[in-house]
Design a protein around this ligand. Structure first.
Ligand code: F3S
Length: 295
């Protein structure tokens, strides 16, 4: 059996930075440490930090004013920054710089009179945060059908992307927008770490008998990896930990591909590989890392 692990599987730069911020605080601070929402979409990491005393709050009012509060990589609206500062909490901003760039962009273009369109999921915290920087006036489209109700008389349109959407979705929606509007400013803000991860996983899924995608249940980038790979490999499974591995007779499978969402820590990936190797019993297991170039 050969296990092919995508090089890009696991923590992205932004998530790594957010987790590091919390860990640094744990080492140096005696004051309470809060995260605004789960620091990342991974239950194992969140549980571990909770066991060390980090408290997740969903409302700033739940935090004591003598504490530190970490804003996660997804970013937040300007209202949340204000609430934190008004309360006297010490702000630890782990907003990913790529997301921060979108905040600045939509703010600037909104002030210049553009109607902002965000391609993405209106319920995702990153999108909610971005919308806050253009006064919550953006139109959020997740499908081409969502564009139908847009008023064609709008003259200036500026479109940006949630960082984790697929290139396919971006192209589909911006192509439809261009048919509807003449004056469009287009900013492809899909994170390069996301496209690299998606491309690698897709390429691997074309060459394996089974594909395993590891990530949190509420991680949208993990779900997207699953959707992409499922198109090429029928035996594609999405799991959170090694305990969720499907009841497949692994010994009959020659090549297994593995990728993982941006919030999946290395130790969870390693545990899955170890469990699969054990399930293969005495069989020989070759573990290789690939960046999408498959023989
Ligand atoms: Fe940032 Fe890209 Fe990760 S936007 S949080 S580095 S997926």
């Amino acid at each position: 059996m050969e296990i092919i692990v995508a090089k890009s599987a696991g923590f992205c730069f932004g998530v790594n930075n957010a987790v590091k911020t919390v860990n640094n605080l744990l080492e140096k601070q005696k004051d309470p440490i809060y995260t605004y929402g789960p620091i990342i979409h991974n239950a194992q990491v969140v549980d571990f930090l909770t066991s060390r005393g980090v408290v997740k709050v969903d409302d700033i009012d739940e935090a004591d004013s003598n504490g530190h509060i970490v804003i996660r990589a997804h970013g937040v609206t300007p209202e949340i920054y204000k609430k934190i500062l008004d309360k006297g909490l010490i702000l630890e901003d782990a907003t990913c710089p790529y997301v921060k760039k979108i905040h600045n962009l939509v703010k600037e273009k909104c002030e210049e009179g553009y109607k902002i369109i965000i391609v993405g999921d209106k319920n995702h915290p990153e999108v909610i945060g971005i919308n806050g920087w253009c006064n919550n006036k953006a139109y959020i489209a997740d499908t081409v059908e969502d564009l139908e109700i847009l008023d064609e008389s709008d003259e200036k349109i500026c479109v940006v992307a949630q960082t984790t959407i697929t290139k396919e979705k971006w192209v589909e929606i911006t192509t439809a927008l261009k048919k509807k509007f003449e004056n469009i400013l287009e900013f492809d803000t899909i994170c390069s770490a996301t496209s690299k991860r998606q491309n690698e996983a897709e390429e691997i899924s074309k060459h394996v008998d089974m594909m395993v995608i590891i990530g949190g249940k509420s991680s949208s980038n993990t779900q997207k990896l699953y959707d992409i790979c499922k198109k090429h490999c029928n035996l594609t499974y999405k799991i959170e930990t090694s305990g969720d591995l499907p009841p497949v007779d692994i010994k009959k499978i020659k090549k297994i591909g593995i990728s993982a969402g941006a919030s999946t820590p290395d130790w969870v990936i390693e545990e899955v590989i170890k469990t699969m190797s054990e399930l293969n019993k005495q069989g020989k297991v070759d573990i290789v890392e690939k960046d999408g170039e498959i023989d």
